[in-house]
Design a protein around this ligand. Structure first.
Ligand code: ZN
Length: 68
């Protein structure tokens, strides 16, 4: 018989499959502007800058009203 005598137990199948998914650790770097933790390649949520430029306006009550 070329066949295995026993079928693979469920626990073995599951543990084999469970070994394939990997946990991605949450990476964070320090913002060069405000030195708070932020995600790499993301605009800093604290100061709203990326690569030394102001990209978005950080959370404020009134953002840039120059009328009147
Ligand atoms: Zn920042």
């Amino acid at each position: 018989m070329a066949n295995p005598k026993w079928k693979t137990p469920r626990s073995k199948t599951r543990s084999r499959r469970a070994a394939n998914w990997k946990l991605s650790p949450v990476t964070s770097i320090e913002c060069p502007q405000c030195h708070s933790a932020k995600l790499p390649h993301f605009v800093c949520p604290a100061c709203g800058t990326y690569d030394g430029r102001a990209v978005v306006t950080p959370k404020e009550d009134h953002a840039g009203h120059s009328h009147g």
